[in-house]
Design a protein around this ligand. Structure first.
Ligand code: ASP
Length: 430
């Protein structure tokens, strides 16, 4: 049975400054009689700024403290705009940042990924403190929840794997009581906690996934992800003219689109929702009355061509050194290496004496993987490529999108066409 609770997720752009936070509070006024779990990302580009703090700290560049101070001041400024100079929020924010100041005062002893999670997670801690305080200030019945107390992960820092069993009992113990006394519960996206109480993150852009986890655990009526676009579009409006909004999508179509790199929702978001048949709305926080896109069980619609462009692609051409065939044993070894260095394969092709894969550039991980493979294989690496995927392609569409490009690798599987391309260098006639 579905619970009456709804889950809303607000991303970084929707809470990027004081006006944006006021806008979120206005949207929530329309739902003031409902029970809503609100999942929030870090404000604006805070996660990127905190990643710079981590890098500065681990490379000992000497400016980690100053970079952190800048992030802290930005939060204080937003709080000042919303509340004036005197408010309990300042001491809450101070407590949030002080923990990290202590971390970076010490010399680094712990692993990079562990440190990353402890530092970067404060973006969500700070944004949720500010939003919850502002909703209370506006007279809403609201409380704040520490997501680390209800989302349990293992200790794979930066990519925490959720323990669904423990998460379920923690949610059952801790969440219903909060809704008895409040209509709104504000919590952080992107983060979880280990058994030893360390903070983990769920992977960049992971707040959608957090929202889906909580919607699943609460058996929610629906999940709404509020974005700066009117819904799911047929292409990225920053790259293409004339993109259209898609009104309805099946879970299957949505999972395929996100798998191929559509950034509009995190790829892990759909499965928990599909498993409990929870509808997902993708809506605009700029035009909250707009219909948005509804993602649910199979819908009978004919989809238009949908384009997903993934930049920063790398092709690895792997071949045997002695001209022998690539066998299942070789492939087994290769897949193990990709898994070991956590590199996701976007596309692959097996030929007699070679195996070609397309992966997203992750310089640090590839710098470890490539020498490992070179011990046994010959490798040619092609960088700075684009992966273009067209779902429900038509020939015209493929021709238009490949014009002026060299296609290095292509694949047609049922309705989906994928190609890895490189710009043809432009020559100007003298
Ligand atoms: N703040 C995190 C990020 O920027 C998580 C999220 O926004 O989904 O990756």
């Amino acid at each position: 049975m579905k619970n009456a609770t709804k889950v809303f997720k607000f991303g970084g752009a929707s809470v990027k400054d004081a006006d944006a936070i006021r806008n979120v509070a206005n949207i929530l006024k329309d739902y003031s009689q409902e029970k809503i779990m609100i999942i929030v990302s870090a404000m604006g580009k805070t996660t990127n700024a905190l990643e710079k703090v981590v890098q500065a700290y681990s490379k000992k560049t000497g400016d980690a403290f100053a970079l952190l101070e800048k992030v802290k001041q930005e939060h204080y400024q937003v709080a000042m705009d919303l509340f004036g100079e005197e408010h309990a929020i300042f001491s809450l924010l101070n407590d949030t940042f002080v923990e990290i100041e202590w971390v970076i005062e010490d010399d680094q002893q712990d692993g990079y990924d562990y440190i990353y999670d402890q530092i970067v997670s404060i973006g969500e801690m700070a944004s949720t403190r500010i939003l919850a305080a502002f909703l209370a200030h506006e007279g809403q019945s609201v409380t704040w929840l520490d997501a680390r107390d209800v989302i349990r992960t293992d200790d794979t820092f930066r990519e925490g794997r959720v323990d669904w069993g423990i998460t379920s009992s923690l949610c059952q113990q801790k969440i219903p009581g909060l809704f008895e006394n409040n209509n709104l519960v504000v919590t952080q996206g992107f983060i979880g906690g280990t058994q030893e109480n360390f903070t983990t993150t769920l992977g960049r852009e992971g707040s959608d996934y957090s929202a889906a986890i909580l919607a699943y655990q609460l058996n929610a009526q629906s999940l709404s992800i509020w974005k700066d676009v009117p819904g799911i579009l047929t292409g990225d409006p920053r790259l293409f003219e004339n993109v259209q909004k898609i009104d309805r999508l099946s879970y299957k179509e949505a999972i395929e689109m996100t798998y191929y790199g559509a950034k509009v929702i995190h790829p892990k978001t759909i499965k928990p929702l599909e498993n409990k048949n929870i509808p997902l709305f993708v809506k605009s926080f700029i035009d909250p009355a707009g219909e948005g896109t509804l993602i649910s069980t199979d819908v009978n619609v004919t989809y238009p061509p949908v384009v997903v462009v993934e930049p920063n692609q790398v092709l690895l051409h792997i071949s045997t050194r002695d001209f022998s065939f690539v066998t299942e044993r070789h492939l087994g070894f290769l897949f193990q290496q990709f898994d070991k260095y956590r590199i996701k394969i976007n596309m692959m092709q097996n030929m007699a004496i070679s195996f070609t894969v397309c992966v997203t550039e992750r310089s640090e991980r590839l710098a470890q993987l490539i020498p490992e493979l070179e011990k046994d294989f010959k490798l040619v690496v092609d960088r700075n490529l684009e992966l273009i995927t067209i779902r429900h392609y038509t020939k015209d569409f493929v021709d238009t999108l490949s014009a002026g490009k060299i296609i290095l690798f292509e694949e047609y599987i049922r309705g989906t066409m994928s190609m890895v391309v490189k710009e043809i260098p432009k020559m100007i006639r003298k």
